[in-house]
Design a binder for this molecule. Structure first.
Ligand SMILES: *Cc1c(COP(=O)(O)O)cnc(C)c1O
Length: 427
């Protein structure tokens, strides 16, 4: 089903007339890629050319594209029950997926609240954490502690807990105040100490801060965050929208750190990356804070497509594959192969650091002379274009080149990804 090349050009021209793309400066950026189809770790463009999807289509495509079990599960479900409201109704895919999630996530999480994107999974966690304090008679606990470099999505609550740089500066006057601390134990403890009974909770991206440029922490930091929360008596919110389902080489980053969060946010790979689906898991203690004879104390949050049956069916099929095929182990091996391929480049001048957690490998470059570092570095779009010319889809975060391909990526494809990244490091 290939599309003629001129159809690609026509598609891009039509796109330019009507579309507004995410995270895109339309005044300067290159035209979008006309993608005709995808299979396994490859995207096929309108002209028939092939690109290795080395970033899992924005960190979501977990197994690879066109996985037959997922296609079958979601088409079967679409024919049986496509959608029904989730207030006052329930269905097998949602119940079964919630049961499985409770089994496989770190212990202590007993309640699953579905939504449809990672930002919303975070909004839900923030609202649950705060409303629970209101119900417990401590409404003054309204300051969340968040990390420098943190990214939790693009909706208002998620922006508030996210680092204002480089994305959210214009919105600061509209966002609720947050106490931002460096991702290290002493700063976190001092922050909670300073807040005292004004602290509402702590939100972290365990092990890997994705959008910050794949900044990595040791498991001991996650454990320290848990201990600091226990000491302060506040919930730990783990945003595993990126790190969940094997990306760190373990099923969950919290599990790798031996930590049980109070609230856990999932998205991206939850559906295997094929449909919008997210979830917020909560402890029974938080859930119970909302139980009351007073209907006004319910958690008033919900979306039209909460627990969409087709997305839940895909999620269930994906989770079975994750467990049956040891996706965390596969991603760990993929990460190691790419890291090995990059080892010589890591010693090149102009390379600041090579780092890896599980299947996420980052090569941080020195800022080029006269150029800013960080996400807005002009280097990013240049490297992206050069990678695409070489048959690999990369989307550098400023001067950080990274790969995070799906679990089906072959050894040869891993070596190709590493070779292209190594070549780009010398630009
Ligand atoms: C991508 C991401 C989000 C936001 O998820 P969306 O589905 O894009 O809204 C939140 N937190 C983390 C850690 C992410 O990487």
């Amino acid at each position: 089903m290939s599309v003629p090349a001129d159809r690609g050009a026509e598609l891009v021209a039509r796109d330019a007339r009507v579309l507004w793309h995410p995270y895109t400066q339309h005044a300067t950026e290159a035209a979008p890629l006309p993608v005709a189809r995808a299979q396994d770790a490859s995207l096929f463009l309108a002209d028939g050319s092939e690109l290795i999807d080395a970033i899992s289509s924005w960190w979501s495509c977990l197994h690879g594209h066109g996985r037959p079990e997922l296609v079958a599960a979601l088409s079967r479900q679409a024919a049986a029950l496509d959608h029904v409201l989730f207030a006052g109704a329930t269905h097998e895919p949602a119940v079964a997926l919630a049961e499985r999630l409770i089994e496989v996530t770190p212990g202590g999480l007993t309640r699953v609240f579905f939504s449809d994107n990672g930002s919303t999974a975070v909004e839900v966690a923030l609202k649950m954490a705060y409303q629970a304090w209101v119900h417990r008679g401590e409404p003054q606990r309204k300051v969340l502690v968040a990390l420098t470099g943190g990214y939790h999505g693009d909706t208002f609550g998620a922006m508030a807990v996210g680092d204002p740089e480089p994305f959210f500066r214009p919105f600061q006057p509209l966002l609720f105040p947050v106490l931002r601390v460096a991702p290290e134990q002493a700063s976190l403890e001092a922050g909670l100490e300073e807040l005292g009974d004004r602290a509402a909770g702590v939100i972290i991206e365990p092990l890997v801060q994705g959008a910050a440029g794949m900044v990595m922490h040791p498991p001991a930091f996650v454990a320290a965050a848990r201990a600091a929360c226990d000491c302060a008596g506040v919930p730990l919110i783990a945003d595993e929208v990126l790190t969940g389902f094997g990306r760190t080489g373990s099923l969950f980053a919290c599990g790798k750190a031996g930590v049980l969060p109070d609230l856990l946010c999932l998205g991206k790979g939850l559906s295997g990356g094929v449909l919008p689906l997210a979830a917020t898991l909560a402890t029974e203690e938080i859930y119970r804070a909302f139980l009351s004879a007073d209907r006004g104390r319910a958690f008033f949050h919900g979306h039209t497509f909460t627990a969409n049956p087709i997305a839940c069916a895909a999620g269930l099929a994906s989770l079975e594959i994750v467990l049956r095929e040891d996706v965390p182990g596969k991603l760990e091996r993929i990460g190691r192969t790419i890291e090995e391929g990059l080892a010589p480049a890591a010693r090149a001048p102009g390379v600041r650091e090579l780092r890896r957690t599980g299947g996420i490998v980052a090569l941080e470059l020195e800022p080029r002379p006269g150029e800013a570092a960080g996400y807005l570095a002009a280097l990013g779009p240049r490297l992206r274009a050069a990678a695409i010319q070489r048959g690999v889809l990369l989307r550098p975060l400023g001067n950080v080149l990274y790969a995070m391909p799906p679990a089906c990526t072959t050894e040869e494809q891993c070596r190709r990804i590493a070779a292209v990244m190594a070549e780009l490091a010398l630009f």
